[in-house]
Structure formats: C-alpha cells, structure tokens
Design a protein around this ligand. Sequence first.
Ligand code: CP
Length: 308
Amino acid sequence: MIIQSERISLKHLLTVEALTDQEVMGLIRRGQEFKQGAKWTPQKSQYFATNLFFENSTRTHKSFDVAEKKLGLEVIEFEASTSSVSKGETLYDTVLTMSALGVDVAVIRHGDENYYEDLIQSKTIQCSIINGGDGSGQHPTQCLLDLMTIYEEFGHFDGLKVAIVGDITHSRVAKSNMQMLKRLGAQVFFSGPEEWYDNEFEVYGHYLPLDELLDQVDVMMMLRVQHERHDGKESFSKESYHQEHGLTVERAKKMQKHAIIMHPAPVNRDVELADSLVEGLQSRIVQQMSNGVFVRMAILEAVLNGKA
Ligand code: CP
C-alpha cells in the first residue's frame, strides 16, 4: 500500500536554499511514491504547463515533458527558435504571455543567472516558475533527483562522504548539490582542476586530490566539463583531462565496493569517466535519469498544490 507523504505546497521552485529540509525530504519521498505508482489527485479538471528552454537540454526538458504528461497536464509546446523571441520578445514578455494565456506553471532554463527575479516580482505574471537551470547559478530539480538517487541507495544522508569532481566553478549542479548535501548532514569533498575550483566552496567541504578520495567516499559525483562556458580557454586535451582528473577504470577499482558513481549527464565519455563505467555496476547514472521524471512529478504537484 502506498501511504501518501505530507502534502507540500510551493509557489515557485527557484533555488535549493528556498526549500526547508522537510520540503526536500517530502519531495524525495513523494518522488519515490510516484515511482511506485502513486497517483496525483488534482484540484481542477485542467492545468496547463509549458517548458521554456532557451539553452539546450535533453534530460531536464524531456523528463519534465514526461512528468507533466504522467500527471495529466496539458503541455503547451514552445520552441524559442520559432517563437517571437526571434522578433525581440524578452523572457519577461514570453512568460507574461504564457501567464495571460492561462498557463499555470512554466519550467524555464535560461543562460542568465537569476533570470527569474523580474518574473517573480511581477504583479501581472501569475504562473509559477520552476527553475530548470539558470546559467552557472543553480539546477534545483537536478539536485532533488540526485538526492533521491542517493537516498534510494543509502536511506539517509547523515555522514555520507560525497566527492564532487570536475568543473565545479561552471556547474550549477555542483552549486545546488554542495549546499543541500551539507545541510542534510553529508560530508562533502571537492576535486578536479584547481582553476575550476573557488575558495568560496570551502564553507561546504574540502578540496583533495582525486587519488586521495577514491577509497574514502560513498558517492563519487563526476561533473561534465562545461566547454560552452569556457570561452575557448581550456588547458586540457580530452586525454589529459581523463588521465589527470577523470575516473579511469584503474581509479574506479580503488573505490569501495558499496560506493556509487553519479553524473548529471550528458557524459563526455572517456573524459570525465571511462566509457565502460557509465553503465557499469557501480554507476547510478541511468537511475538518475529515470528518477528525474518522478521527482519532477513531485515538484509539479507541489507547485500546483500551491495554486489550489
Ligand atoms: N543534467 C541535465 O541538466 O541534462 P540536460 O542539460 O540534458 O537537461
């Protein structure tokens, strides 16, 4: 029997800081319930959602599509390239229009950090905003699916040793995860190229060479090298990055048997981790993608509860 977890109600989901620990755990548990087949009981007969992606995406965009359809929402298609964005329409005016059309919730990915500030301060825009990634800022829905995957594996966060490895400075996934993992009691470590690390992260964890972390951690969270945010100033070839900072087959052999490998994907195979590890026994990368649908159902439900 599925016992429904406590009802969560959110106006928007923009950052992980805005969530209480209780809300985070409630969304994870609700994601697990959806995975087991729980159903949503809507308050109205019809809800409209739209996915406004101004940066490319496979997982976030398509898993929101699936989550919305599983919940029975009407999904309003939007492609920036064929919309009036090409005529100079601003993000504000796109969202204002969607709101005026009766859209209840807009999932937005945009290249500007904190793009949502003007939208949530507007007195006219009524639709809720779910942040699908803001520049190098945050990726709260990826954070929640990562947490769900870790919780499924270990049943808790307290004292878990989690390494976040790679292009940390440019990664919104890393920024959301380091904050929330620390808050939930995990011990966070960082590794990767020192030029992609910033001392501001020290409040959440400590930097160590990857080889010192291999046999210590419970979770090895590898990050994608964010070529699109480097302005062509890269000092590594694919091979040299893999050998110096990647999870090679040899390095993976030194990990504890119970430890898991994660990556938000898309993976640059044989760069951040060896091709053969991506679908290997210790990898949870496919599970992360599947869990994305269920935790996003929980997030959409919470936001639509907030409108009831
Ligand atoms: N992990 C993630 O955000 O992937 P996409 O860019 O494909 O959505």
